[in-house]
Write a new protein. Structure first.
Lengths: 319, 255
């Protein structure tokens, strides 16, 4: 049986959902084990077990929270030398990418990024050309690393799972790995539902013309209720909305019941982040815009006219 | 300060991508450009040099045509370039790329190494972290602004919900986001000057590596078209577009 590790990122006692998604998949391929590092690690062993981790390795050392990548890469590499997992999986987050990258040099192990599906530790699927083609990639070497995109699998608890074995990691974090230090944290508390979890996502692009017009999308989200607002990289780079709004290759992956694309052309790098949506609605004034090729409903017209009307229509239907 | 900027030559992203016989992205015989993401790295390097003095060296790995990307960076104002090119590097994965670039970069003894967050064609987003490990340097990825870089480095690092301020001793490696600056255009004078700037081409043996050291552990076995979504109804707005969307939302049971 293959031994497959899943690195479980977590914050304030909550596991990054991608870790649970990956566990759900890999528990069908071999013995799944999870690694949780940093303060609060012991709080998440239960949920990792429920999703298929037979063993959870934990260390509560605060160095993992305070210092970027190096402490985690060191401890993972040492632990992997003792335990010889066939594959080490990560979710595609900022910190995980950094850790996985360093681990690749340390083990050494080949690293497959942007993984979408897995058949075995030796065969992983990814997309190229911004999602137009799917390729199977074979991986060589005793140990391998894969970074999976969010929402590649649907997380499901394993009803037959027993309590996981919790194993304290006794590898010390060396001082020389404590270099890049987080000295201040500025996180913007987003109001309303999270982009990744909302049943309706309304995203705006450059077609909204001006940053102030983004307010229209907030109003529409409020009228619908339980909707979240997203954006393209073009408007994030232009500073209209914070980066946390970005949907796409370098932003978030969303799979809502309905995705409404407003003034968005439909570039492949945007589309990879939203094409898993159940239904897609597009509003664009250019009938040739690529977004219409994947929309279930496309309206060719001026977003600045249509969105205010839509807000009224939604309100009247909700009564 | 001695700055190395990683620059990648990529097939023009505005043209449809092609695969070679090994199902890898075709890099030779296609129109190429300097990765637009790396222009931010070059600009960041030039701004630091202008503020603190020093030298900006561009380092790239790719086919001989990748010279064009390095020249482009030189015409923006970088001082010199190094291109690692070797037949056995075809199809190199991120691990191999990092191993090779590390050997080329070590020779420059940089105080700071700058790369992009992810390349436009490969977008693994991991090459730079692997490179940092090979170089033995600390790393800060997703840098959206540099507060200071004298003695120690202080930067703002983008996170999913905001940013962190990170401090780190130099030498170090950073990756920069697209929001960090406005890359300058190469002026005519810059383009002319770039023709005379040193651009060294090195092969693997000059870096003390052999073909065995750079064997890629990844192979593409099959390629298939992704499941395409089908286009639905597309209608010209005649004043009833909003009502149609509202009906659709009602049918989808989200209102
Ligand atoms: C490495 C890399 C990573 C990237 N990652 C991402 C990513 O994560 N997410 C992302 O979104 N992009 C990403 N991009 C950028 C992507 O390629 C596109 O540039 C971007 O998505 C375009 O944004 P847009 O649709 O808002 O703008 P545009 O492409 O400029 O489209 C604007 C659209 O608005 C329409 N329009 C104009 N006026 C109106 C009006 N009044 N009413 C209705 N419609 C109107 C136009 O017809 C046009 O179709 C990435 C690019 C690279 C190279
Ligand atoms: N062949 C290369 N030559 C020079 N720099 C590279 C090369 N490949 C990747 N890079 C750098 O590493 C960054 C991340 O690349 P990637 O891991 O492919 O997403 C890029 O933005 C470049 O700055």
């Amino acid at each position: 049986m293959a031994k497959i590790w899943v690195y479980a990122e977590h914050q304030n006692g909550t596991v990054d959902p991608t870790a649970l998604e990956i566990l759900t998949k890999v528990r069908t391929l071999g013995d799944a084990e999870a690694i949780a590092l940093g303060q609060g690690a012991s709080q998440i062993t239960g949920v990792l077990g429920e999703h298929g981790a037979k063993t959870v390795y934990v260390s509560e050392d605060a160095a993992f929270d305070d210092f970027i990548a190096e402490p985690a890469a060191h401890v993972l590499a040492e632990l992997a030398k003792q335990q010889s997992p066939d594959l080490i999986c990560f979710g595609m987050t900022y910190d995980a990418r950094d850790i996985a990258g360093r681990l690749s040099a340390k083990l050494p192990a080949t690293l497959m990024s942007n993984a979408l599906d897995i058949e075995s530790p030796e065969l992983i699927k990814t997309a190229i050309f911004g999602g137009e083609r799917i390729v199977d990639v074979s991986l060589e070497g005793d140990q391998k690393i894969a970074i999976f995109r969010a929402k590649s699998f649907a997380p499901e608890p394993d009803t037959s799972a027993g309590e996981p074995t919790v194993q304290q990691i006794d590898i010390a974090v060396p001082d020389e790995t404590k270099r890049a230090k987080r000295v201040e944290r500025h996180e913007e508390e987003a109001s309303g539902p999270k982009l990744e979890e909302a049943p309706v996502v309304i995203s705006g692009g450059r077609g909204l013309q001006e940053p102030d017009n983004f307010k229209l999308l907030d109003d529409l989200a409020a009228a619908i209720g339980g909707a979240a607002v997203g954006a393209t990289r073009a408007v994030v780079d232009a500073g209209w909305v914070p980066y946390a709004y970005q949907v796409g290759q370098t932003g978030k992956t969303v799979k809502p019941s309905v995705y409404i694309a407003v003034g968005i052309s439909g570039a492949t790098q945007h589309v990879v982040g939203m094409k898993g949506s159940k239904k897609i609605i597009a509003i664009n004034k250019d009938e040739e815009a690529p977004i219409f090729q994947m929309a279930d409903l496309g309206i060719v017209g001026d977003a600045l006219k249509i969105v205010p009307q839509l807000i009224e229509e939604v309100k009247s239907r909700k009564g | 300060m001695n700055i190395v900027v990683c620059v990648k030559h990529i097939p023009d992203p505005n043209l449809p991508g092609e695969l070679d016989a090994d199902n890898r992205l075709k890099r030779e015989g296609v129109q190429g450009v300097l990765d637009p993401g790396d222009e931010f790295g070059v600009e960041a390097g030039l701004q630091l040099k202008e503020a603190q003095g020093g030298e900006v060296t561009l380092v790239s790995m790719g086919p001989a045509t990748a010279q064009e990307a390095v020249r482009r960076g030189l015409s923006m104002g970088a001082d010199k370039g190094v291109l690692v090119t070797d037949d056995s590097l075809k199809g190199a994965d991120a691990y191999v790329t990092a191993k090779v670039l590390a050997e080329a970069i070590k020779k420059e003894s940089p105080d700071l190494v700058i790369a992009g967050v992810e390349s436009t064609d490969g977008y693994s987003g991991t090459m730079a972290s692997t490179l940092a490990e090979f170089l033995g340097l600390p790393q800060v990825t997703f840098v959206k602004s540099i507060e200071s870089a004298e003695g120690t480095l202080k930067v703002d690092r983008q996170t999913a919900d905001g940013y962190h301020v990170v401090e780190c001793p130099l030498p170090a490696l950073i990756t920069v986001t697209a929001g960090i600056n406005e890359p300058r255009y190469a002026s005519f004078k810059g383009i002319m000057a770039a023709k005379k700037k040193p651009l060294e081409q090195v092969g693997l043996s000059e870096l003390g590596l052999s073909a065995d050291d750079v064997k890629s552990w990844q192979n593409v076995t099959t390629v298939a078209d992704a499941e395409a979504r089908k286009a639905g109804e597309v209608i010209e707005d005649d004043g009833t577009g909003a009502a149609k969307i509202a009906d659709f939302l009602k049918e989808a049971k989200v209102i």
